[in-house]
Design a protein around this ligand. Structure first.
Ligand code: JHZ
Length: 386
């Protein structure tokens, strides 16, 4: 497979492909990629720009409220976000009365420039021990370090966690959000498997990862964003805040549910969903109806390339991200066009490759006057929404 976000400037451009193999570690129960692409190739220039979405906004609200209610966020906090992208979460947080200062860290130059334009101070780097030391010298220790959907994006998470340990205030908290592997498996989200996602974390595996880095897991929150995610809250081991009982409860549930049966079902369901989507797309084309994709997502790359669907069957993909417009999905070679096309020249069908935003996308499309297009939703089961 080509890296999921390696959008091309023309169809003729050749993509670099790498193995995409998922493995289960028998020692710690972690799911991980067998082959990791170099982070610099994946993230130095980056096309994923956090969208402005109502469900993301309400997720941020939940997270901030939770951090206050559970006293993770103390008054006058210095908050650092790793993998801060264009700074949407920090923008949401920065005017909060409990927050003194926010700072983002992100490796993608184009993304850092956009964040700075929004007024979010951002260091352009892969976060590690050395970057943490620079921040610590300049700004002092951080009360909260947030890492949303980025710790699984580095083949050596110990480098990140070493930096976290160096920068975190002794009474501070590390907040790590990630797709939850149990949800990924239960909801048949095989399209979440792509090179950026090197690790598929469970509670058990993260507990071990933290322990190896002198951190201890004190709380978790399971949230619906991105098809099912989990937020881990950790502190320095020596602090000894008692873990919330939910850690033990969910860890037990996870152990009961995780097993060969779940993995076998996941493999079978992947094949069944794939066959069904391919069949629908073929039928739509045979019946001379039009079909486009909705959302130039990383997930969409996995789905389309796994099914060997390309621009001959689906000519366009609409997306709200302006820097993706005029580019082509890797390998599928589908042209990305502005979202406005979805209401001005609607196709008969959309394959909803951004299925995690299903409700808001369908209601947006309808509110813009497109009552024609039907939506093929691939995950968790294939459905066609009117
Ligand atoms: P979305 C990315 O995955 C990559 P992707 C990354 N590796 C990761 O871990 C996850 O995010 C969390 C567009 N859109 O968030 C915007 C509309 O067009 O599902 C985005 O391009 N209209 C960091 O790429 C895409 O869809 C809309 O109304 O799978 C959504 O991408 C909305 C809401 C979105 O992530």
């Amino acid at each position: 497979m080509p890296p999921a976000n390696s959008f091309k400037s023309s169809r003729a451009e050749e993509e670099q492909c790498y193995p995409l193999v998922l493995e289960l570690c028998q020692k710690c129960g972690n799911l991980q990629l067998q082959y990791c692409v170099d982070e610099k190739e994946l993230f130095n220039q980056y096309f994923y720009i956090t969208p402005d979405s109502p469900s993301l906004r309400s997720h941020y609200e939940f997270l901030v409220r939770y951090m206050f209610d559970e006293t993770y966020l103390a008054p006058d906090s210095f908050v650092v976000e790793i993998g801060s992208n264009i700074g949407r979460f920090l923008l949401h947080l920065k005017d909060n009365p409990g927050v003194r200062r926010v700072l983002g860290v992100d490796p993608a130059q184009n993304v850092c420039a956009l964040a700075r334009k929004e007024g979010i101070e951002t260091i352009c780097a892969f976060f590690d021990g050395a970057v943490a030391d620079v921040i610590s010298r300049e700004h002092g220790p951080a009360q909260i370090i947030v890492a949303r959907h980025c710790c699984a994006h580095n083949k050596n998470p110990h480098l990140i966690l070493k930096g976290v340990h160096n920068l975190l205030a002794d009474d501070g908290y590390f907040v790590m959000e990630n797709a939850y592997a149990l949800n990924t498996l239960q909801n048949n989200e095989f399209d979440q498997i792509y090179h950026e996602h090197m690790f598929y974390y469970m509670i058990r595996s993260v507990q071990k990862l933290f322990e190896l880095n002198d951190l201890s897991l004190v709380d978790i929150a399971i949230v619906p964003i991105h098809g099912g995610s989990i937020i881990f809250f950790a502190q320095k081991k020596k602090k000894g805040r008692a873990a919330n009982p939910s850690v033990e409860t969910y860890s037990r549930i996870e152990a009961e549910l995780m097993g060969d049966g779940l993995l076998r079902d996941f493999v079978d369901n992947t094949e069944n969903i794939g066959n069904r989507v391919k069949e629908i797309v073929t039928d739509v084309n045979n019946n001379k109806k039009s079909i486009w994709a909705y959302g130039a997502t990383a997930k969409g790359s996995t789905l389309l390339n796994y099914l060997k669907i390309d621009y001959h069957e689906i000519p366009y993909c609409v997306d709200s991200t302006s820097i993706k417009h005029g580019k082509f999905l890797p390998m599928a070679n589908i042209e990305i066009v502005p979202e406005e096309y979805a209401w001005s020249e609607p196709p008969d069908y959309f394959l909803l490759t951004a299925w995690n935003y299903k409700t808001e996308i369908i209601s947006k499309v309808r509110s813009k006057g497109n009552s024609k297009s039907r939506f093929i939703v691939p995950i968790p089961q294939v459905t066609i929404e009117e």
